[in-house]
Design a protein around this ligand. Structure first.
Ligand code: CTP
Ligand code: MG
Length: 361
């Protein structure tokens, strides 16, 4: 029996929100990767590292993305980055070609090398097996040190308040995939983009904030310019999470369901899509001040406008818009989904589990 909200007993709102929080935890837990899956992935990483070292003995193969930042779902792909410590090294494109050939000869992976892509990578996939019932998909890139650092930043944010941050992020990842708005190649947003939207919301929108701004906290001791910069980008952030847990605590006690409801409301109604840039480093910025115009009148800016419908500043590469893949239609769809989610949660069906199922339909 789904009475209208006004007919409900007082306290039903609190009950709905408490139930929703519990449902969110339960829902997310069953989507986490199994120990077995993690072990198989680590074995794959080691195997690939061993093979790459036959070409570049000084190389290391490191995980980044969801496998390394605490936001991994069952069967998510593996993002690997090859770092080469020697001075004399092959060009990335040559390495990609050689590695692709080697893996094709020596392993059972399906291999696709993209030596001439903007970022040269080797794509691998493996058919399902007992340890990996859904197979595996893996991208190997080279020297992407900024991605390793932004992975570490997201991991630190996840560790500060795992119960709320990880639950929200994991839920939004599943939700955005089920609602088909998680495809940068089709004009919507990457998982990385959604994670940044969540952190932006928890650091800069919520008051009191749920998370501190790790990039603006004072360092414990002076650090040289050289140690904080990579390719001209300031990559410093407060990463001593143990210490942070002792010294900082959030005055925001909202439940994960409260935060999620508010998240959907904020991004369906309040975020200034036309003029604003969400920056986890600096808060709300103006498109104008970053040169990310969306001036309708000027022909010259047409391309810029298409790329800057949804503006999310990368935490380190501050001249890079993580939302640049989002098209006009894509943004329309994404906002439509935020509104739909808001509506479902505001209509408060009697049971939270029903609301959750409808959300992810
Ligand atoms: N990344 C980046 N810049 C982007 C997109 C991604 O630097 N514009 C890097 C980030 O380090 C990110 C990683 O690539 O953590 C993986 O991105 P993505 O696949 O979007 O996120 P995952 O957390 O791996 O999500 P999924 O489980 O959906 O693969
Ligand atoms: Mg990934």
């Amino acid at each position: 029996t789904l009475g209208s909200p006004t007919q409900r007993r007082p306290g039903s709102r609190q009950r709905f929100v408490a139930d929703l929080s519990q449902c969110l935890f339960d829902f997310v837990v069953q989507l986490l990767p199994t120990q077995e899956e993690l072990a198989v992935k680590e074995d794959v990483r080691k195997l690939l590292e061993r093979l790459i070292r036959t070409i570049e003995p000084e190389s290391r193969l490191l995980s980044f993305g969801s496998t390394a930042n605490g936001f991994s779902l069952r069967n998510s792909d593996m993002d690997l980055c090859c770092l080469i410590d020697s001075e004399e090294r092959l060009a990335a494109s040559d390495l990609v070609t050689m590695l692709g050939d080697l893996l094709e000869r020596e392993t059972k992976f399906y291999v696709k090398s993209l030596p001439h892509a903007r970022i040269p990578i080797v794509k691998l996939s493996l058919d399902p097996s007992p340890g990996l019932p859904l197979g595996i998909a893996c991208d190997i890139g080279f020297e992407n040190r900024l991605a390793l650092e932004n992975t570490r930043l997201l991991m630190c944010y996840a560790m500060i308040d795992p119960a709320r941050v990880r639950t929200m992020v994991l839920f939004l990842k599943v939700w955005s995939k089920r609602r088909k708005i998680n495809s940068p190649y089709k004009g919507t947003l990457s998982s990385y983009g959604y994670v940044l939207l969540v952190i932006y919301f928890l650091v800069h929108v919520k008051n009191p904030p749920v998370l501190p701004n790790l990039q603006q906290m004072p360092p414990l001791r002076p650090i040289s310019e050289e140690d904080t910069h990579l390719h001209g980008h300031n990559i410093w952030f407060f990463d001593d999470i143990e210490l942070l847990r002792q010294r900082w605590h959030s005055d925001n006690n909202e439940s994960v369901a409260d935060l999620l409801i508010d998240f959907f409301r904020y991004y369906s109604r309040d975020f200034p899509y036309n003029t604003g840039v969400a920056s986890i480093r600096s808060g709300l910025l103006k498109k104008d001040s970053k040169g990310w115009q969306n001036d309708l009148s000027n022909q010259r800016y047409n391309d810029a406008r298409e790329r800057n419908r949804l503006c999310i500043e990368d935490p380190f590469e501050t001249d890079f818009n993580v939302g640049r893949c989002v098209t006009k239609d894509g943004l329309y769809t994404i906002r439509g989904e935020f509104m739909r989610a808001s509506r479902i949660l505001a209509s408060r069906p009697e049971r939270a589990i029903v609301a959750l199922a409808e959300l992810c339909e």
